[in-house]
Ligand binder design. Structure first.
Ligand code: GBH
Length: 491
């Protein structure tokens, strides 16, 4: 009509959960406040500050420890249905072990949760978003087979204290980042660089720890608390760069190495690690003179114990890559997960670039990832537990590229819903600017800008905050919408 493009107004259902996500170390500050113990991030940034861009750290970050009421006020401004945040294990259990509970830690999370509930915002709690108590790292962390018991004990303390009000628990955030980046490489704490042996050992112990925490909830808490328990895995989309069969094989190995190592044991019908990657690792281990495959096996009993232990599939999805076979020519360290997968990936030059090297706006990638997972794992319930866009530090309140990204994500989710994929919610990363791990405060993901020079850590809404608010309120994407001013109110 009148030559303008009429977009079909596809809607999100009223019970679709719109929220935002954060993580304890990235926002809380109060790193040693009121009896909190040291985490592996505290330890790393204090002992090896130069590993972080700008040599900053999360000692204060957004100071949510003292500003949580303002954060909840921002949630109200946006009209969020839900808010995903993580608990710092060492704030609750300073040494990591459950014999000694820190009452101030329990009180902080109680206040935070109660403030959300006062305004009908549903808390989604991640038990572990990368800040392991340092004392447990000194015992080997995820490489110690007893890790799963320590995690189960911690989970019990969390369920007992908060499960009367929290109805959705996520055990781990992004096993790949924990096991590959922290153990196999040196791009996250504890920077062990312990080769593929470390990555795979961590993978096995992590999924068993997840299963113990899930089964504990199931057995002792679900009946009286009535909530759900699941895991969040990072699933970016990896498709073949060409039609060549070797690129399809390469893409499949890449998907198995990126997320299959963690998803397959939990979500597949047969359980255990994914077959093609397992075979490849066994073959390469033998060729390289190892007496056994560096990928540990699951016993039949362990496979059964882990299989089916998630009420939903939490997906952190940001971007996509194209994959091509490397045929041993990529010069990855040997042995390493990248060398075992043996492929190269890249983004299309035409895709919009963010401030993060790894993050571009890839077309319809949420739909590609979820429809693949749906077929592979028998149509699970999905929550997108993270998705977001980075801009460079600077007081860039007009963030049109972030708006473009969020709108594209909405369209891709609507494609999922049209197809009957059971996608139930979306958590934008992130509510506010925060400590972006190795990138410090240089890359910003917030709907709210944070002034890290200001002792009060003032928060200011970006333009994208208004656009997201409008989507949540109306349940569709209005391309005509422009905020009248950048003044926020609570509706
Ligand atoms: C999420 O990870 C995290 O859960 C969250 O804490 C984080 O703030 C957010 O993303 C934004 O980064 O620099 O090329 O070596 C997303 C998965 C995996 C993305 C590691 C960045 C580093 C790639 N991340 N990756 S590179």
């Amino acid at each position: 009509c009148y030559g303008s493009v009429v977009r079909q107004q596809r809607r999100f259902p009223d019970d679709f959960l719109f929220g935002t996500a954060t993580a304890s170390y990235q926002i809380e500050g109060g790193w040693d406040a009121d009896g909190k113990g040291e985490s592996i991030w505290d330890y790393m940034v204090h002992n090896n500050p130069s590993v972080i861009r700008g040599e900053t750290n999360g000692d204060v970050a957004g100071d949510t420890y003292n500003n949580y009421k303002r954060d909840v006020e921002m949630m109200r401004e946006l009209g969020l249905d839900a808010y995903r945040f993580s608990m710092a294990w060492s704030r609750i259990l300073p040494t990591g072990m459950a014999n000694e509970v820190n009452p101030a830690g329990i009180e902080f999370y109680n206040n935070y949760i109660n403030e959300m509930l006062k305004y009908n915002i549903q808390p989604l709690v991640t038990l572990y978003h990368w800040d392991l108590p340092q004392k447990l790292q000194e015992l080997g962390g995820f490489a110690n087979p007893l890790f799963s018991d320590w995690f189960e004990d911690y989970a019990r303390v969390v369920y007992e204290n908060f499960g009367d009000r929290v109805k959705m628990f996520i055990t781990f955030n992004e096993p790949r980042e924990i096991c590959y980046e922290g153990y196999g490489a040196a791009t996250k704490a504890p920077r062990l660089n312990s080769t593929a042996v470390g990555t795979y050992l961590c993978a096995k112990n992590l999924v068993i720890a997840h299963a113990k925490a899930y089964r504990l909830y199931d057995k002792e808490f679900r009946e009286k608390q009535g909530g759900q328990c699941g895991i969040t895995i990072s699933v970016n989309w990896f498709g073949p760069a060409t039609d060549a069969p070797e690129d399809e094989v390469a893409a499949e190995l890449r998907r198995q190495g990126e997320w299959g190592l963690y998803a397959h044991p939990i979500f597949s019908a047969e359980g255990g690690f994914p077959k093609e990657l397992s075979d490849k690792i066994a073959e390469k281990s033998a060729e390289q003179g190892y007496a056994r495959s560096r990928l540990p096996e699951f016993t039949e009993e362990e496979k059964e114990f882990v299989r089916g232990t998630s009420d939903f599939f939490g997906v952190n999805h940001y971007t996509a890559f194209m994959v091509t076979a490397a045929n041993g020519n990529a010069n990855y360290p040997v042995p390493s997960l990248p060398d075992d997968m043996d492929n190269i990936s890249f983004a299309d030059d035409d895709w919009l670039k963010s401030a993060s090297v790894w993050l571009t706006l890839a077309p319809n990638s949420i739909y590609k990832a979820l429809s693949h997972l749906r077929t592979l794992y028998n149509d699970p319930i999905f929550y997108l537990t993270e998705n977001g866009w980075s801009t460079l530090e600077g007081r860039d309140l007009i963030d049109d590229d972030r708006i473009e990204y969020y709108r594209a994500s909405m369209e891709s989710m609507l494609n999922c819903l049209d197809d009957g994929i059971k996608l139930k919610g979306y958590m934008a990363w992130s509510l506010l600017d925060n400590f972006e791990w190795m990138e410090g405060y240089i890359e910003r993901f917030g709907l709210y800008e944070v002034d890290f020079e200001d002792p009060a850590r003032k928060r200011t809404p970006r333009k994208s905050a208004f656009v997201y608010k409008h989507i949540i309120k109306n349940r569709y994407v209005d391309y005509e919408y422009e905020p009248e001013s950048l003044t926020m109110t609570i509706d």
